[in-house]
Write a protein that binds this ligand. Structure first.
Ligand SMILES: [Zn+2]
Length: 215
């Protein structure tokens, strides 16, 4: 699948933000009009998300439900794209939508560029930071190759202002310390015996005990 300059390029549109910023709703709006054309389209979310939303369902907090595929790696998404003929240039538009991109390996950015070279419109959404403000490597890689980026915010649980850019993690009701597990879902969840909840917070109200600051 080599690049040929005469071909029309696709795009890579990325949206990032904390939990509760309705990133999945953004993805659904972007992809819905392409589904209307009945042309090749693939919506993928990570298999870890199947626990919350159900297998092969993309579910946003604003009520959107779309059928999707579940995958656990960039290679698996590539194989799904081949099976759906997403690389077949005889039809367009061809669309790839990826939710929860932070759960995938960083090879996802290479796949997105390969798709762009092949004229595919790529939409991807996910967390930009974990609860402790460490950045999510795959989302960072996707932002690096993106043709456009939207930063989404939520409402802060504490002050209510629409500027929550951070995810607040609570373990048994208390702010999660800096070194807590970053991914607390799935069968290997080390916090499965604790009650883990999340919220969205502005920078003023985001609490991470033990987090190193610049000074
Ligand atoms: Zn606040």
């Amino acid at each position: 699948m080599g690049a040929e300059n005469s071909h029309e390029l696709g795009t890579i549109e990325v949206a990032v933000g904390p939990m509760f910023a309705d990133k999945t709703g953004w993805l659904g709006i972007k992809v819905a009009k392409h589904l209307h054309f009945k042309n090749p389209a693939l919506i993928v979310t990570h298999i870890l998300e199947a626990k919350r939303a159900g297998v092969k369902t993309l579910k946003s907090r604003n009520g959107l439900l779309l059928p999707c595929e579940n995958a656990s790696s960039a290679d698996e998404i590539y194989n799904l794209m081949l099976a759906r003929k997403i690389f077949d240039r005889t039809s367009k538009p061809r669309t790839l939508a990826i939710d929860e991109m932070q759960f995938f390996d960083t090879k996802l950015a290479l796949l997105a560029v390969e798709a762009q070279r092949n004229g595919i419109r790529v939409f991807a959404a996910g967390l930009d930071q974990y609860f402790n403000e460490e950045f999510c490597p795959t989302s960072a890689a996707m932002m690096a190759v993106a043709t456009s980026i939207e930063k989404l915010a939520s409402g802060c649980d504490v002050c209510g202002l629409d500027s929550a850019t951070r995810t607040q993690m609570l373990i048994d009701g208390q702010p999660a310390p800096y070194n807590s597990p970053k991914v607390a879902v799935g069968d290997k969840n080390p916090l499965k015996n604790s009650k883990v909840t999340y919220g969205a917070r502005c920078l003023n109200h985001h609490i991470v005990p033990g987090k190193p600051n610049f000074k």
